[in-house]
Write a new protein. Structure first.
Length: 334
């Protein structure tokens, strides 16, 4: 089979590798689509994602959809459309037994955080444990299902704020996760969802995906003390400060966007004076099942799927995904 490997910064190659064979409790997936994530961009352009350096050729990709090729246990039928929960959880912790995504010692598809690296989904076939496989309903196109993993991230982030029914929500940052946070907030019953960004392209996609209002913060500031909940999805220090300003007194800010492991200047004065709740969020638990349900019923997410490339066009695919103005979610077609 053919697989895409990131070998080092700005070096990727397609290799022919042996097809894996499933044992009991494993399922072989014929991969059809893989979404390019921010971590994939870091691996490709920098040869590292934060402190996790590419030390051996790495197959990227943890956002995927495809069909079952082989299941020795017979749980899934050959040809059945599926997506995959990309985590293998670590050691259960007595202090937080219901948060498996936070347990130490786990792994994630397409990640250099482990050694050997955990190879990802950008290959024609992928071998996973049976419990990682999530079947798709007939109403969900396999291509759209590649959004299940990032939507699960957004759903988990939105859930950290509690019940969104009837609440006003600001999504800060209209990249792929931000636009899926918009979807998550709408699915959670928010009364109004506004989206802010510095670029007109992402904001146009936000309107197509159901935003009630967009705010170009390059031209105007976000309203002060106006939102029950702010889902901050950019990770930019200036945007975090603006999120704290935008939240109403006793409101909630959820930091969804990843930030560097370095000191950054953020104004905490509104956090103190308004007694805000500031929450972190990391990946997700089991929200991928809810993500599949939402994707099956919400056609607006198609506006997020802007580009599609073969794995032979990986350089062009990474370049497109890096261009936030013109691209939403970029897919690799296997």
């Amino acid at each position: 089979m053919r697989a895409l490997y990131i070998e080092s910064a700005e070096r990727a190659a397609v290799r022919i590798v042996e097809v894996p064979r499933p044992a009991a409790g494993q399922v072989l997936i014929d991969v059809e689509y893989v979404g390019i994530c921010g971590s994939d961009l870091h691996y490709f352009y920098e040869g590292a994602n934060g402190e996790f350096e590419v030390r051996e050729p790495l197959i990227p990709g943890h956002e995927l959809s495809g069909r079952v090729a082989e299941d020795p246990s017979g749980t899934f039928e050959a040809g059945q459309p599926v997506t995959v929960h990309p985590a293998r959880f670590g050691r259960q912790q007595a202090e937080y037994p219901d948060d498996p995504h936070l347990w130490p010692g786990g792994s994630y598809l397409g990640s250099a955080s482990t050694w050997p690296h955990t190879q990802g989904a950008a290959a024609q076939q992928l071998l996973v444990e049976s419990g990682m496989v999530v079947p798709l309903p007939e109403s969900l196109p396999v291509r759209r299902a590649a959004l299940a993993e990032p939507l699960a991230v957004a759903l988990h982030g939105a859930s950290r704020a509690g019940d969104l029914t009837g609440r006003t929500v600001l999504v800060s940052g209209a990249g792929p996760i931000g636009l899926l946070a918009l979807v998550a907030a709408r699915a959670g019953g928010a009364a109004a969802v506004h989206v802010s960004d510095v670029l007109p392209g992402p904001l146009e996609r936000a309107l197509r995906m159901g935003a009630d209002e967009t705010i170009n913060v390059a031209e105007q500031p976000v309203p002060v003390s106006s939102y029950d909940v702010v889902l901050e999805c950019s990770g930019a220090a200036q945007a975090i400060s603006a999120a704290l300003t935008a939240a109403r007194p006793a409101g909630t800010v959820v930091q969804v966007g990843m930030v560097p492991s370095q000191a950054r200047p953020v104004s905490l004065a509104p956090y103190i004076s308004k007694e805000l709740t500031l929450l972190g969020t990391f990946r997700f638990k089991d929200e991928i099942h809810r993500a599949v349900e939402v994707l099956a019923s919400d056609d607006s997410v198609e506006a997020l799927l802007t580009h599609e490339f073969s794995i032979d066009e990986a350089d062009a695919a990474f370049a497109a995904a890096r261009d936030a103005q013109s691209s939403g979610k970029v897919l690799l077609r296997l």
